[in-house]
Design a protein around this ligand. Sequence first.
Ligand code: NAP
Length: 236
Amino acid sequence: MNLNRSVALVTGANRGLGARLVQQLLAAGAAKVYATSRGASADAADPRVAPLTLDVTDPASVRAAVEAAPDVTVLVNNAGVVSIGSALGGSLDDFERDLRTNYLGTLRVTRAFVPVLEQHAPAAIVNVLTLLALAPVRLTAGYSASKAAAHSMTQSLRGELRGRGISVLGVYPGSIDTDMLAGVDTYEASPELVAERIVAALTAGETMVFPDDASAAAGAVYLQDPVKLERMLTGY
Ligand SMILES: NC(=O)c1ccc[n+]([C@@H]2O[C@H](COP(=O)([O-])OP(=O)(O)OC[C@H]3O[C@@H](n4cnc5c(N)ncnc54)[C@H](OP(=O)(O)O)[C@@H]3O)[C@@H](O)[C@H]2O)c1
């Protein structure tokens, strides 16, 4: 998709990957980016950035955002939360929060913006998922399940939106150096690089992207042998 003169909306744009996606979309030619966050929106230094309040779990907030952003051509569902806990040991309340945000929140925002996107087609939806949507790790079982649900929803959308001028890109990163992984000792890709590769994949019209070196290697395993990736990540 040609991003020149596009109008993007990014959820969870106040920090982490979302903030970098705003910058990369502008660098790729977007005319305007709604940088949404669930906190109060502060003024942006760049006139092309329009701050907007949006909590993906709050239907009234989502309705208000659609009214305030009626010209969106690229919806980037980036907002997400993670809980720590295994399938047998994790808190169900935490798992529910993962689902409410990562799956139902993403779906809610998507449903609300599809009429806007269709009106301004060609348009695109970008769903930031995770490699763990394709195979979980034990310690984030609730998060992995919520992203697996969002992965399935991404596939459903692609079919349902076929022929309606809206493309759907699924994003499957490995570990990224943001607050989400604060305190976790592992290799983490730079959020700038991940954002750059996501926007490149969007521009190239891809349907799936593994936007860092670790996820690209694991993604290659998945595409050849999904059970092998499951064994690698769950350690069974
Ligand atoms: N970091 C990683 O290793 C990694 C790997 C794979 C995929 N991802 C995915 O990448 C995306 C961005 O994560 P990140 O690494 O940038 O994490 P992050 O630094 O923790 O940022 C998460 C963002 O989501 C927002 N958010 C959370 N709940 C929200 C809600 N109900 N409504 C609106 N916004 C909400 C947060 O807003 P507040 O500031 O208000 O909390 C924040 O802006 C997520 O979908 C995550 O699952 C991350």
